[in-house]
Design a protein around this ligand. Structure first.
Ligand code: SF4
Length: 428
C-alpha cells in the first residue's frame, strides 16, 4: 500500500485528507503538492480510524503545538498522565507525545493513546533503554524491535536520533560545550556508541528503519541529539554538523516515501534564532521544523514556558512549523496537570503570534485579532472571552473583580474605550 507521500507524488490523496485541507483552508491540490515535496507532513498511522483528527505541519499551514506527557522513574501515576493528555487537548494542543520512562510502558502508552484523537508521538529509544538492566547492554536489534512494537499500537510519529554518527561524536569530544548532551535520546545513543565502540544503529541501518516506518506510514521526527542545553552552547559546530546530517537523512526519507520532520534547539539567544531556523530549513530542503522552545535564557526556572514562548514566536516568524511546549516545571520536576495547561497555552500564544506574520496564515490569524479588538471596543465581554486563547481564564479574571460599570474594574467609569466611544459614537 502506498504511503501518503507516495500517493502525493502521484498527485493522489486519500479521502480523509480533504478534511485536513478544509480545516487549514488550503486548496487540496496545493496541500498534496506540499506533501509530495516534503514541505508539509500529516502524521497519521495506517491504523487510525475516521475519528482521528489529522493535522498538517509545515509551509503555508498554521503553526502547530505539541504537548509531552509521560511518567518518570520517580513518579508513575498513569491516571494523572491520562488527565494531562486530556487537559492538553482541551487547551488546544495539536499533538501529544508520550515520553514515559517509568512503569509498564506498553500499558501506559496504550492507555494514554486511548484518550488522544490527535497525532500521537513517541521516542522509542526510551522504551528500548528501559528494557535492559543497563542502557549500554542493548543490542542493535533492541533499537528496532521497540519501533515495531509501538508501530503496531498506531503511533503516528516517532522521534529517532539518527543524525548522530562517529564523526559528530568526535566533534562533540573536541568541543568546549558546557552542558554537553542534554537530549535524553541523544545521551542514550551516544553513551551506547562509546561504550560499545559501534556506529549508531539508526544511522547505520537507516534504510531498514525507513522500511519499518513505511509499513505503518509513520512520520519520522529526526531528533536533535545535540540540541544546545544552555545559551553558552547555542549554535556551535556540533549542532551545525547535526543539521547537515539531518538534511541528508531527510533526502533519504523523501526518496523512500516516508514523511520527515526535523527537530531543533534547545536554548538559543534571540539574535541567533533566525539564523538557526533558516540554516535548518536550508539544509533540510524546507522540511517541517519541530522546535523545543527555543528557550531564550537559562535563568527562568519556574517560568521556562515564558522563556520558550518568546523563542518559539521568533522561531515561528523565521520559519519553524511545530512548537513543542515547555511547562513551568521544565528543568525542575515532572509537570503537574496545571503546568501542562499553562504550557500548552503559552505555546499556542507563540504559534498564533507566528501565524500573524506567516505566509498563508496572516489573513486568517489577523481576522481573529481584529474581531477580538472590535469586541473590546464594544465592551462585548462574552465575545472577548470566546475569541481569547484561554476563555476560561479570561472570564475568571474578569469575574474576580467585576466592575459596577459595563467596563472592567481596571479603570471602571474612567474606561478609556468607553469615554472615547461616548464621545465619538463611531461604530464599525
Ligand atoms: S476599563 Fe480600562 S482596561 Fe478595562 S476595558 Fe476599559 S480601558 Fe480597558
Amino acid at each position: 500500500m502506498d504511503t501518503l507521500m507516495e500517493l502525493a507524488k502521484k498527485g493522489q490523496h486519500p479521502g480523509w485528507l480533504e478534511k485536513v485541507a478544509k480545516d487549514e483552508d488550503i486548496d487540496i491540490e496545493l496541500l498534496v503538492k506540499l506533501i509530495a515535496k516534503g514541505e508539509v507532513v500529516v502524521p497519521r498511522s495506517i491504523l487510525r480510524g475516521d475519528d482521528f483528527k489529522a493535522k498538517a505541519i509545515g509551509r503555508l499551514v498554521s503553526t502547530k503545538v505539541n504537548a509531552n506527557v509521560g511518567t518518570s522513574d520517580d513518579y508513575v501515576n498513569v491516571e494523572e498522565e491520562i488527565l494531562k493528555a486530556k487537559t492538553a487537548i482541551e487547551a488546544g494542543t495539536d499533538a501529544v507525545m508520550d515520553l514515559s520512562t517509568g512503569g509498564n510502558l506498553d500499558r501506559i502508552r496504550r492507555e494514554i493513546m486511548a484518550v488522544v484523537d490527535v497525532p500521537f508521538g513517541t521516542v522509542p529509544i526510551y522504551q528500548a533503554a528501559k528494557g535492559c538492566k543497563r542502557v549500554v547492554d542493548m543490542d542493535e536489534d533492541d533499537f528496532f524491535k521497540v519501533i515495531e512494537r509501538q508501530a503496531k499500537d498506531g503511533v503516528d510519529f516517532m522521534t529517532i536520533h539518527a543524525g548522530v554518527n562517529w564523526n559528530s561524536v568526535e566533534r562533540l569530544k573536541r568541543s568546549k560545550r558546557l552542558l554537553g548532551v542534554v537530549s535524553r535520546g541523544g545521551a542514550i545513543t551516544i553513551g551506547w556508541m562509546i561504550h560499545n565502540q559501534k556506529e549508531n544503529p539508526y544511522y547505520e541501518n537507516f534504510d531498514y528503519l525507513l522500511e519499518l516506518l513505511k509499513e505503518f506510514d509513520i512520520t519520522i521526527s529526526l531528533g536533535d541529539a545535540f540540541r544546545p542545553g544552555c545559551i553558552e552552547d547555542a549554535s556551535d559546530r556540533v549542532k551545525y554538523t547535526e543539521f547537515i546530517l539531518l538534511g541528508e537523512l531527510v533526502e533519504k526519507c523523501r526518496e523512500a516515501g516516508v514523511q520527515a520532520m526535523v527537530e531543533g534547539p534547545g536554548h538559543v539567544p534571540i539574535d541567533e534564532i533566525e539564523t538557526s531556523v533558516k540554516a535548518m530549513k536550508f539544509v533540510t530542503g524546507n522540511a517541517p521544523l519541530y522546535l523545543l522552545g527555543p528557550l531564550v535564557t537559562d535563568i527562568a526556572a519556574g517560568y521556562d514556558h515564558i522563556s520558550a514562548a518568546i523563542g518559539a514566536a521568533i522561531a515561528g516568524m523565521s520559519g519553524a512549523d511545530f512548537i513543542c511546549y515547555v511547562t513551568p516545571s521544565e528543568h525542575l520536576a515532572l509537570p503537574t496537570v496545571e503546568d501542562v495547561r499553562e504550557g500548552v497555552i503559552a505555546a499556542r500564544i507563540a504559534a498564533h503570534a507566528a501565524d500573524l506574520v506567516k505566509e498563508g496564515q496572516r489573513e486568517k490569524a489577523r481576522k481573529r485579532d481584529f474581531e477580538l479588538s472590535l469586541a473590546r471596543k464594544n465592551l462585548d465581554w462574552e465575545k472577548q472571552f470566546r475569541l481569547s486563547i484561554d476563555p476560561t481564564k479570561a472570564r475568571q479574571i474578569w469575574e474576580r473583580r467585576k466592575s459596577q460599570s459595563d467596563a472592567c474594574s481596571m479603570c471602571g467609569e474612567l474606561c478609556a474605550i468607553k469615554l472615547v466611544k461616548e464621545t465619538f459614537e463611531k461604530k464599525y
